[in-house]
Design a protein around this ligand. Structure first.
Ligand code: B4P
Length: 190
């Protein structure tokens, strides 16, 4: 199985590129951000809790996210692998993912780190905010999301660097140019 983590700061293009990767390589796409937004729009208990964290640009607590991810994985078993979009975002989540996948007799194949300079991240998210109506795409929340990313999420890369499952890809240029870079890395895996 090919289990790929698409990693990067908010606005780095994870959601955008994950859709293309899932289609090209026939992988299940799991975006924890999308699952949380669905929980919010469905008005579930988890959604009620998640809403406050998302609106402040903070991470939803690990135990809630890990349970949610395990459930999503088990509802969609048939695929050649998974593209994890926006997960793991903390070291605890990375350790939990390993256990969850090991229990299902599989493991992470690779983490792809999409690298984009901060000015570009902010301008992409502000641009999306004009159309998306997303409650977290405003300047104050974006700044908080970026600070959380540097403090809690960026250290996750060390976990994968140690096991040789890390590759950095330049995340600027056209969407198709970036996808071509990702595809050439994944083609070697599949
Ligand atoms: P996410 O939904 O994952 O939001 P994100 O980090 O902003 O990335 P997204 O995938 O949406 O954006 P993309 O870079 O594709 O998370 C939202 C919130 O949910 C988090 O802040 C957190 O509170 C919570 N959450 C989610 N997962 C969690 C977890 N595991 N643990 C705890 N909490 C969690 O694209 C951004 C914009 O750039 C788009 O408009 C796109 O069109 C544009 N774009 C993409 N590529 C481009 C390119 N090459 N050139 C120009 N624009 C481009």
């Amino acid at each position: 199985m090919m289990n790929v983590i698409l990693f990067g700061a908010p606005g780095s293009g994870k959601g955008t590129q994950s859709l293309k990767i899932a289609k090209e390589f026939d992988l299940m796409h799991i975006s924890t951000g999308d699952v949380l937004r669905k929980e919010i729009s469905d008005g579930t208990g988890l959604g009620q809790i998640a809403k406050d964290y998302i609106n402040k640009g903070q991470l939803v607590p690990d135990d809630l996210i890990v349970d949610m991810l395990a459930k999503v994985l088990d509802t969609r078993k048939e695929s050649k692998g998974v593209i994890f979009d926006g997960f793991p975002r903390t070291l605890t989540q990375a350790e939990s993912l390993e256990k969850i996948l090991n229990a299902r007799k599989t493991s992470v194949s690779l983490l792809i780190d999409l690298q984009v300079v901060e000015t570009e991240l902010v301008s992409r998210l502000l641009e999306r905010g004009k159309l998306s109506g997303r409650s977290d795409d405003n300047l104050e929340t974006i700044q908080s999301r970026l600070a959380v990313y540097h403090k809690q999420t960026a250290p996750v890369t060390d976990y994968y660097k140690k096991t040789g499952k890390y590759v950095a890809i330049q995340g600027t240029g056209s969407i198709d140019e970036i996808f071509a870079r990702i595809r050439s890395v994944l083609a070697k895996l599949s």
